[in-house]
Design a protein around this ligand. Structure first.
Ligand SMILES: [Zn+2]
Ligand SMILES: [Zn+2]
Length: 263
């Protein structure tokens, strides 16, 4: 029997090969685990076409389209035109992921900024939430959003791994915070301290799969939405909330944030 729970994986990459090749099984295992809706996130022009194609195959699967900071250098006038077109697809619920990744710097920082600013404008123009990827660039991300993000009504910092002080800054701006399996890691005291101060109306869950398998499944090489149940259990315990109540509250938050139809 399927659990009476309806969690939403608000950030996954189901089009990446390891998941895409078994998509029917991945979806079925997720449903069996009580993770019943998913937002699959695009990272470049090719992936953006794929996420929409996949979202059109499954009722409960939605898409976000964007250019990942790693891929920022590939953004051209042409890819922007296509992004704008795809943003109007009915299955698209957000723009992103976009932001800064100064850990890898796979794209020059000037290109990351150019792509970030452009995508905020698209989010504002189409009244869509923006999914922010920020790695080793917290202050720069906040500064850029302060300067260029005011017209974007909803913003989420995805895969948050920062401190309670940083979480406070995000909350004070009125933005949302999303946690991956990283919050379950044994040495993640700082992330758990940050999660402790985020109210459930501002807190969302994600896998960011195929990466970031949560404890106790951390050595499962390919993460998938079904494993998000472990992240939910960890956070529910941290919040001293019954798992079902926690699931209901954070699902409500995600539905409101991404404007998903109620089921
Ligand atoms: Zn990311
Ligand atoms: Zn991602």
């Amino acid at each position: 029997m399927r659990p009476n729970m309806q969690l939403i994986d608000t950030h996954c990459h189901l089009t990446f090969e390891r998941l895409a090749e078994n998509i029917e099984d991945v979806i079925e295992r997720a449903e069996d685990a009580g993770v019943t809706e998913w937002i699959t996130v695009g990272t470049d022009a090719g992936e953006n076409r794929k996420v929409i194609e996949l979202a059109e195959r499954f009722d409960n699967l939605y898409a976000a389209v964007g250019i990942h900071p790693h891929e920022a250098k590939t953004m051209t006038a042409e890819t922007v035109t296509e992004l704008i077109e795809l943003a109007q697809n009915p299955k698209v619920v957000a723009i992103g992921e976009t932001g800064f990744d100064f850990h890898y710097n796979f794209s020059p920082q000037s290109d990351q900024k150019r792509a970030f600013v452009r995508q905020l404008k698209i989010a504002a123009d189409f009244n869509l939430p923006a999914i922010i990827h920020s790695r080793e660039a917290f202050d720069e991300t906040i500064d850029l959003l302060d300067e260029f993000g005011s017209a974007v009504k909803k913003i989420v910092f995805h895969c948050f791994t920062g401190s309670p002080e940083q979480a406070r800054i995000i909350l004070d701006h009125g933005w949302h915070i999303s946690f991956t399996g990283a919050v379950t890691f044994k040495n993640a005291e700082k992330i758990r301290a940050a999660a402790a101060i985020v109210p459930l109306e501002r807190l969302m869950l994600e896998t960011d799969c195929p990466y970031m398998s949560p404890e106790p499944m951390r050595n499962q090489k390919t993460n998938e939405p079904a494993l998000m149940i472990h992240t939910a259990k960890c956070l529910a315990e941290l919040k001293q909330t019954d798992l079902h109540d926690f699931a209901a509250a954070t699902t409500k938050t995600a539905k409101n944030f991404f404007n998903l139809p109620s089921k």
